[in-house]
Design a protein around this ligand. Sequence first.
Ligand code: ADP
Ligand code: TRP
Length: 320
Amino acid sequence: MKTSLTGIKPTHLPHLGNYLGAIRPALSLVDRYRTLYFIADYHALTSVRDADKLRGYIRDVAATWLACGLDPERTLLYRQSDVPEVLELTWVLSCLLATGQLERGHAYKDALARGGSPNAGIFNYPVLMAADILLYDTDVVPIGKDQKQHLELTRDVALRLNHTYGEDTLVVPEALITEAPLVPGTDGEKMSKSRGNGIPLFETPKKLRKVIMGITTSSEALEEPKSAEGSTVYELYELVAPEQASEMKRKLAAGGYGWGHAKQELYEAIEAEIGSKREAYLEIRADEPKLDAILHEGAEKARLIAHATMRRVRSAVGID
Ligand code: ADP
Ligand code: TRP
């Protein structure tokens, strides 16, 4: 089986967009690949500046993925910083990269364009990401289009290291471009924490319903026919309950069916999808010692792979 690796930044409590656009697609890979999932807490340091919050997000995110079906018996789940060799590899890789390549990084350029003075962590982010991937002999990395440039840099630096020091040092990974959907938020724009348009994943059903009732819709009267196309409520419904979506489309087109009805059905469909996961989440999140133990066990297994890679790398570059 080929190895697939997924990194998850613990920067906020996951929302429905994270679930439908990242968690669910990533967990569908376990049957086809040997899967590794890690919480990218070093990466989160580029933006999170509150230690207690970061500690919380790490556990929130780990508990979310476990509640959504990540089975630590079948896959590896670990915390990036529990295998600090990743920083050692980051250094070796950075000595093989031209600064110009990092200057062309999308995230760094965007941060500059916003007029700030980005920290060096944002500048070096892609090198740490390359080390995440290369440390674990990764064959494929499931990514959306936004991460394509990072993967190209990872491949470049791996090929360069192999070319410079010996072809068998690093496995050169490939991108697995996923067809993950873009999930709209309550205002119809891409759901994101920073826009404040998120639909919570594991808040109470009451809060969930309230947020869904607040989704922006067009303002036709109840009896008027309505178009499903371009409607946020319908788009979300299609993602959560694809088998029933044509039925909702028909009802909307027929008239006599209001957005309030559609929102209620959307709420019920989301609740059916995540209700039992919420219960699992609350239970897992409440038992921090057990959660930490799962992460530590994962790290121990991850470390075995990382140590073998670093032995090869140190020996190849001459600092063994
Ligand atoms: P960012 O990467 O912008 O900080 P997140 O941390 O929320 O945003 O993203 C984590 C993962 O969830 C990424 O893989 C991202 O593509 C996915 N994701 C986030 N928001 C959405 C959305 N609205 N639709 C689909 N996928 C999303
Ligand atoms: N950069 C990824 C994101 O923003 C997170 C990440 C860090 C990652 N290291 C990785 C993803 C390694 C895949 C492989 O979502």
